[in-house]
Design a protein around this ligand. Structure first.
Ligand SMILES: [Zn+2]
Length: 220
């Protein structure tokens, strides 16, 4: 059993301590191969996707390539995907996000979501999917409204991951069985600080973050 679990990282080196589990997210197509290889490690789970910062200059068959890799690798999740105000053109980001959500619902894969400054658009898009849902959604470094947390959690089987610098109000208002912690770096050891800080903010045991992560991944 892992002592810590990094719910969102971008590894450059898969030599990680045996007491840490993690979800290694791709940011762009160029990362997909390395993420898939990393997931051969027993402690590493992989997610491939196109991050909103990189939703430009994609080949016309990017989604077909993504589907093939997902079908060949049934454990693989989808991430990191999302919306980021002012980074790349929203007209480019939105269809790329929607397409990846469609793939997630069709193939039944959990998604890892980045959303900055576009929460209304995010919630409208999710709403437009009606009852079609990925098995779970992880909102990494959640920055949406505190008052939306309970609804999002319930509606989308959503989980929320934080670092130590997270707003204490968000941490305290996230259901205990839905909180994870992350480094959002290439060094999973940074998750130890995140776990201790978030546990202190929420008056929780760091083991809870590991249990929540395993439950999320296993769709329990
Ligand atoms: Zn990230």
């Amino acid at each position: 059993m892992f002592k810590f679990f990094d719910a969102h990282c971008h590894l450059t080196d898969t030599n990680i301590p045996e007491y840490v589990g993690c979800i290694n997210n791709a940011a762009q197509m160029a990362d997909w191969g390395a993420v898939i290889n990393s997931a051969n490690h027993p402690n590493i789970f992989g997610a491939i996707g196109v991050h909103p910062w990189y939703a430009t200059n994609l080949p016309s068959d990017w989604d077909v390539q993504m589907c093939h890799l997902l079908c060949d690798n049934p454990e693989l999740m989808i991430g990191e995907i999302g919306l980021h105000k002012g980074r790349t053109d929203a007209e480019l980001q939105i269809p790329v996000f929607i397409r990846q959500m469609e793939i997630a619902t069709e193939l039944g894969r959990g998604v890892h979501v980045h959303c900055v400054g576009m929460w209304n658009t995010m919630l409208q898009i999710l709403d437009s999917f009606g009852t079609r849902r990925p098995p779970f959604m992880l909102f990494h470094r959640y920055s949406g409204a505190i008052t939306d947390i309970a609804n999002i959690a319930e509606r989308y089987n959503a989980f929320f991951s934080y670092r130590g610098d997270a707003d204490a109000g968000r941490v305290c208002n996230t259901p205990r069985d839905r909180i994870l912690v992350e480094s959002d770096t290439d060094n999973v050891q940074n998750v130890i600080t995140s776990a201790r800080d978030v546990a202190a903010q929420g008056n929780m045991d760091t083991k809870t973050f590991v249990n929540n992560a395993i439950r999320m991944i296993n769709h329990e």
